[in-house]
Design a protein around this ligand. Structure first.
Ligand code: ADP
Ligand code: MG
Length: 350
């Protein structure tokens, strides 16, 4: 998995039948080299020369192969016979029936000698769905034995939530708003650092109530789910005229307020919130969430899950579902009119 934060590649092993059986194996995160991260950032939006996009796609695929080879070296005991390759989203415009993940499934299958499932989102978008979020069916499989309703919140570059109720398939999922991406962008522009590590800046600053209030007037929050976002859909709300710490505090409040706004669309309150993704490591975000959602907010580790590997595990789960012909999305997770199968299988040459 290569998430919208542009931080790197997550590799995770999962033993699964694509249904109830989910046994997590080891995982590994491989950060992108800084120069590649900037090249990848440069093709976001799908703008720019097609030759550059194609070159970035090849490089991204090679980096995924390297990550898998590193994983093999580190965990030689973990055999696997299928790889789910999400690729990297450079454009997501479901309203125009467009979603674009770069990553060459055929090349990856050749480089690692293992069958690859790629292209997870386009069938859903072609069917009229949002093409995102896709992790919810995996969240529901993980939560099968738990007391519900619960909310699983993934705070990557963008935030997405899965509400899971009592009787399957009682599930609702959608993107909440910005996750870490705007905070990262703010800190990077002002300091050159990649993130507000441990929320130190936000905790030292004061949020601007006026900026947060203006942010909340964005029509996205009132829109009924399912709904999804591109990484930079909220770029226009990055505050001007604030100092470094106050800007970080303001953007952190925005992330939390967007999640609070999401609860208005839930069928009922969640009794517990489980948070995965890098945002769970930011105590300023976690505290801001806890002040707002009216239920305990804990990292997914509280349920015994691995919050850094969850998204990558989800695409392993979906890869198995894809080859078994099971749907990857439901009307209540992406808004597609019917459950949609998806993914494309690329066989490794013998
Ligand atoms: N210790 C930390 N303090 C604050 N933010 C963090 C910390 N660790 C990770 N993050 C944030 O998490 C992001 C990565 O989260 P991740 O779940 O990998 O997102 P994505 O799925 O979009 O790649 C980083 O860009 C950073 O903003
Ligand atoms: Mg990431």
């Amino acid at each position: 998995m290569s998430g919208t934060s542009l931080d790197g590649i997550d590799v995770a092993a999962l033993a699964t039948d694509g249904e109830r059986r989910v046994v997590a194996g080891p995982s590994l995160t491989v950060p992108y080299p800084a120069p590649f991260r900037e090249r990848l950032r440069g093709v976001l939006g799908g703008i720019g020369a097609s030759a550059e996009i194609a070159a970035v796609e090849v490089e991204l695929t090679r980096l995924h192969a390297d990550a898998i080879i590193a994983f093999r070296r580190k965990h030689p005991e973990t055999a696997f016979d299928l790889v789910g390759f999400h690729g990297h989203t450079i454009l997501h415009r479901p309203d125009r029936r467009q979603t674009w993940q770069i990553g060459d499934g055929a090349l990856l299958a050749r480089l690692i000698g293992v069958d690859v499932v790629a292209d997870f989102r386009s069938a859903d978008v072609a069917a009229g769905g949002e093409g995102a979020p896709l992790a919810p069916l995996y969240h529901a499989a993980l939560a099968a034995g738990m007391t519900k309703p619960i909310a699983v919140l993934n705070l990557g570059g963008v935030g997405n939530v899965t509400w899971i109720g009592d009787t399957a398939p009682d599930i609702l999922a959608f993107d909440t708003g910005p996750g870490n991406a705007l905070i990262d962008d703010w800190v990077r522009r002002q300091t050159g650092r990649a993130a507000d590590i441990d929320g130190a800046l936000a905790l030292a600053g004061h949020a601007s109530a006026a900026h947060v209030a203006r942010f909340l007037t964005h029509p996205y929050f009132a829109r009924k789910p399912p709904k999804s976002l591109d990484r930079d859909d909220f770029q226009g709300t990055i505050p001007d005229g604030l100092g470094l710490a106050d800007g970080a505090a303001t953007l952190t409040e925005m992330t939390a307020e967007a999640v609070a706004a999401a609860t208005r669309h839930f069928p009922g309150p969640a009794r517990e919130w489980l948070v995965c993704g890098g945002g769970r490591r930011n105590p300023a975000i976690m505290a801001a969430l806890a002040r707002r959602v009216g239920a305990p907010v804990r990292p997914v580790e509280a349920a015994g899950w691995d919050g850094d590997a969850l998204e990558a595990q989800a695409f392993a789960y979906l890869a198995v579902r894809a080859i078994r012909g099971l749907p990857l999305s439901l009307p209540s997770t992406t808004g597609a009119p019917d459950p949609v199968c998806g993914g494309r299988l690329f066989r490794a040459p013998h």
